[in-house]
Design a protein around this ligand. Structure first.
Ligand SMILES: Cc1ncc(COP(=O)(O)O)c(C=O)c1O
Length: 663
C-alpha cells in the first residue's frame, strides 16, 4: 500500500509473546514489523497499546501479567490513528474468536472498529475447515470480508496446497486476494516484496475504494434526503442533530461514532433482557440456518407450535389459543375483528360496538386508532374511524370528577358501569390497557380498578380485551399486568417484549369459548378471514422462545422485585422537584409528569416542549429517553443492573432539573 502512495496507518491492538524494551524504536514483534512496513516512527503507544510477555491467548496473557485490557483505550488509539491516515490496517491476534477479556473477543473489537476483514489462512491440509468456519462466523457477526490471503507455511507444495485456495474462495464466496509463498527467513524487505508480488492488487484497490466511498458517503445527508420517521415532525428532524445507532450491548446503544448511550426506554418499550443477549442471538442464528420464513396460511412450523404452547402455559388462565400477527396494532385489530365476529356467530347481531377509555392507545391501524383516545394522535383521522363509546380514564392525578383516590369511591368505574348498563346490547367488548395506560402518559390504574372492570364486563355480557402490548413480559413487575389482580380476559394481545425486543411478532390469545364459536363447516363461512404475510415468522418465534426460556431459567420476575423497590426509592429525589407533579410507576414503567405549578397542577404551555427538552438533555448526558408531551418516560430493560440504574437515574434527575424554571 505504501509503495502505491497510500497513506496507511497501522495498529496491532494486542500482541502476546513479546517483551517490550525501552529503545529508540519502542515497538517489538509484529507491531514493529507493521510500523516499519508502513514507514511510521511515532504514535507507538497507539500502534500497540498492549504488549504481553507470555505467548498465550491475549486474555490469559493479560491475566498473568496483571493487565486489564480496556477496549475503550484501544478504540481511543484507533480513532486517533484513523483521523491521521487515509487507510488503516489493524492486525488481529490469534484469530477471530480469540478472547481479549472475559467479555471481549477479537470479533467484538472488529465490530467496534467497523473495519472490513482480510482473513489470512495457511495453505495446507485442514485449512478449508478452519477458514470456512472463520468466514462463517465473521458473516454471522455482520462483518464485511474483503477476502482471503493464503500464506504458505511450508516449502514443499502438496496437492492440497494447490487446490485449497480455490476451494476456500469458491465455498466461502470470498475473493482470493493472493497466495504468499513460503519464505525461509522473515526479513522485512523480503516479506514486503513477496506480498507485493503475490497480492491481486486490482481486487484489493477496488475493494478499498468501495469501502472508502461508503465511509465517506454522508449518512446524515442521506437520512435527511430519504427517510420519513414515525411520530416525528420531519421539519424538526431534518434540522436537528440525529443519532444513528450502529449496535447495542446490554443496556447500551452505540452510535456510528462509537458514542454509548443508556437505552432508557428499552428501544420503545421492547427490549427486555438487554441488547445482544447471547441466547437470543444464538436462537435466531440457529433458525436462520434452517428457514427464515414460511407462511402460516396452509402450513405450520415448529416454532409457532412450541411458542403457542409456552404462551398458553404462561398466560392467565382460560386463554387457550394463540393467533399470531406481527405488531401490536395488528394484534389489537385481530382481537376487535374476532370479538365482533364472535357475536355475529352467536347470532347477537347488534353487539357491534366497543367500549374504550379516554387516553387509550392501542396502535396506529384504523381499527386500533378507532378504539384509541389520544386526541393529539387520533383526532385528525376522525372521519375514517368507526364509532366507539368512551369511558373515563382512571387518571387519578387529573381526575375529571375532581376527587381524591382514597375517597373517590371509584367514580370513574361508576361512570363506566353507567355506560355499560345503557349500551350493553350494542357493546361487543371493552378494550383496555391493563394496569397502565402507556402512551396516554403512563397512567397507572389504582388497585381494584382492573378486577372491577372484569366483573362489570361479565355482568353486562361484554367481552374483555386486555391489550398487553406495552405491559406484557414483565414490565409492570408481573409477567402480564392482568396478574396484578388475578383476572382472566377473553382476549389478551401481546407484542413488543414477546421477542425480547428482537423481531416483529404479535399474538392475540383467546379463550376456548371464543375459538369454538368459529368452528363450523366451511360452507357456514365462520372462518376468521384474517392473516398477514409475516404472521408467526419463524425467526421471530425462535427469538420469542429463547426470550421465554430466559424468563424461566433465570427467574427474571423474582429477581426484578428488589430492583423495582430500588428504582422507586431512587425516584424520590426527582418527585421532590418543584416542577414534577407526579411520578407514576408500575414495575419498570415510569412516567414523570412535568408541571408549571405543583399546587394547582397547571401544566407548562405545550409550545415550551419541556418534556422534549428534558429528553434532549438526557441524550447529551448519555441516555436515550422519549417523552409523551410533558411526561418523561423511563423504562429501562429488566436486565438493567442496580449500578446502571444509579447512573441512569442520575442522568434523569439532572436532565429534569435542567428544564425547570430555575435554569
Ligand atoms: C398498549 C399498546 N397497544 C398497541 C400498541 C401498538 O403496537 P405497535 O407499535 O407494535 O403496532 C402499542 C404501542 O406502543 C401499545 O402501547
Amino acid at each position: 500500500m505504501k509503495r502505491r502512495s497510500v497513506d496507511i496507518g497501522v495498529m496491532k491492538p494486542v500482541q502476546s509473546g513479546f517483551k517490550k524494551t525501552k529503545g529508540e524504536f519502542a515497538l517489538v514483534g509484529d507491531a514493529l514489523l507493521l510500523a516499519r512496513a508502513a514507514d511510521l516512527n511515532s504514535d507507538f503507544e497507539q500502534i500497540n497499546p498492549y504488549c504481553l510477555e507470555d505467548s498465550l491467548t491475549p486474555r490469559i496473557a493479560a491475566e498473568l501479567a496483571g493487565v486489564k485490557i480496556d477496549p475503550d483505550l484501544i478504540m481511543e488509539s484507533f480513532n486517533k490513528l484513523k483521523k491521521k491516515h487515509q487507510f488503516m490496517i489493524v492486525e488481529g491476534a490469534g484469530g477471530i474468536l480469540a478472547p481479549l477479556t472475559d467479555r471481549l473477543l477479537m470479533a467484538d473489537l472488529i465490530v467496534m472498529m467497523g473495519m472490513p476483514v482480510i482473513i489470512v489462512a495457511r495453505a495446507n491440509l485442514g485449512t478449508i475447515n478452519h477458514t470456512l468456519l472463520t468466514i462463517n462466523y465473521a458473516r454471522n457477526r455482520g462483518l464485511n470480508i474483503a477476502g482471503v490471503v493464503i500464506s504458505s507455511n511450508s516449502p514443499e507444495k502438496e496437492i492440497a496446497e494447490n487446490t485449497n485456495p480455490g476451494l476456500i474462495s469458491e465455498l466461502g464466496g470470498v475473493p482470493l486476494l493472493g497466495i504468499i509463498p513460503y519464505l525461509d527467513e522473515l526479513r522485512q524487505k523480503d516479506i514486503i516484496q513477496a506480498v507485493d508480488d503475490s497480492l491481486n492488487w486490482e481486487i484489493v484497490v477496488t475493494y478499498l475504494r468501495e469501502v472508502k466511498s461508503k465511509q465517506d458517503s454522508n449518512l446524515v445527508q442521506k437520512d435527511r434526503k430519504y427517510v420519513w420517521y414515525p411520530f416525528t415532525q420531519m421539519k424538526d428532524w431534518v434540522s436537528g442533530n440525529q443519532i444513528i445507532i450502529e449496535r447495542g450491548e446490554g443496556t447500551f446503544l452505540i452510535d456510528i461514532d462509537g458514542k454509548r448511550y443508556y437505552d432508557g426506554v428499552s428501544s420503545l418499550w421492547l427490549n427486555v433482557h438487554g441488547h445482544r443477549r447471547a441466547e437470543i442471538d444464538r436462537a435466531v442464528s440457529a433458525q436462520l440456518g434452517k428457514i427464515s420464513h414460511s407462511t402460516m396460511l396452509g402450513l405450520s412450523h415448529r416454532g409457532a407450535i412450541e411458542l403457542a404452547e409456552k404462551l398458553v402455559e404462561r398466560a392467565p388462565d382460560g386463554l387457550e389459543k394463540v393467533f399470531y400477527s406481527d405488531n401490536g396494532s395488528t394484534s389489537v385489530e385481530v382481537a376487535l375483528k374476532m370479538a365482533f365476529q364472535y357475536w355475529q356467530h352467536k347470532n347477537v347481531k347488534n353487539k357491534n360496538k366497543f367500549l374504550t377509555l379516554t387516553n387509550a392507545y392501542h396502535g396506529d391501524t384504523i381499527g386500533s386508532v378507532s378504539v384509541g383516545g389520544i386526541d393529539l394522535f387520533h383526532q385528525i383521522f376522525h372521519p375514517l374511524l368507526f364509532k366507539t363509546i368512551k369511558a373515563p380514564s382512571p387518571y387519578c392525578y387529573r381526575c375529571i370528577f375532581q376527587k381524591e383516590p382514597d375517597s373517590c369511591g371509584f367514580a370513574c368505574i361508576d361512570a363506566t358501569e353507567e355506560l355499560m348498563s345503557r349500551n350493553h346490547e350494542e357493546l361487543a367488548a371493552m378494550i383496555i390497557e391493563p394496569k397502565v395506560q402507556g402512551a396516554g402518559g403512563i397512567i397507572v390504574q389504582p388497585p381494584g380498578y382492573l378486577s372491577r372492570i372484569r366483573e362489570l364486563c361479565t355482568k353486562y355480557n361484554l367481552l374483555l380485551i386486555t391489550d398487553e402490548v406495552a405491559t406484557g413480559f414483565g414490565k409492570t413487575g408481573k409477567m402480564f399486568a392482568c396478574e396484578h389482580e388475578n383476572i382472566s380476559p377473553d382476549f389478551l394481545t401481546v407484542s413488543k417484549g414477546i421477542t425480547g425486543g428482537y423481531l416483529p411478532l404479535a399474538a392475540t390469545m383467546v379463550t376456548g369459548e371464543i375459538y369454538d364459536a368459529f368452528l363450523a363447516d366451511h360452507r357456514e363461512r365462520k372462518t376468521f378471514f384474517h392473516g398477514h404475510s409475516y404472521t408467526g415468522n419463524p425467526l421471530a418465534c425462535a427469538a420469542a422462545l429463547a426470550n421465554l426460556e430466559i424468563f424461566a431459567r433465570d427467574n427474571i420476575m423474582e429477581k426484578l422485585q428488589p430492583k423495582i423497590v430500588y428504582l422507586s426509592d431512587k425516584l424520590k429525589n426527582i418527585a421532590n422537584l418543584e416542577h414534577v407533579g407526579e411520578i407514576r410507576q408500575s414495575g419498570f414503567m415510569v412516567g414523570i409528569e412535568l408541571i408549571r405549578n405543583k399546587k394547582t397542577k397547571e401544566p407548562f404551555p405545550i409550545e415550551e416542549k419541556r418534556g422534549v427538552k428534558a429528553c434532549l438533555a438526557a441524550r447529551n448526558k448519555g441516555m436515550i429517553i422519549r417523552p409523551l408531551d410533558d411526561v418523561v418516560v423511563f423504562m429501562p430493560p429488566l436486565s438493567t443492573e442496580p449500578e446502571e440504574l444509579d447512573e441512569m437515574i442520575d442522568i434523569l434527575y439532572q436532565s429534569i432539573v435542567s428544564v425547570g424554571d430555575d435554569n
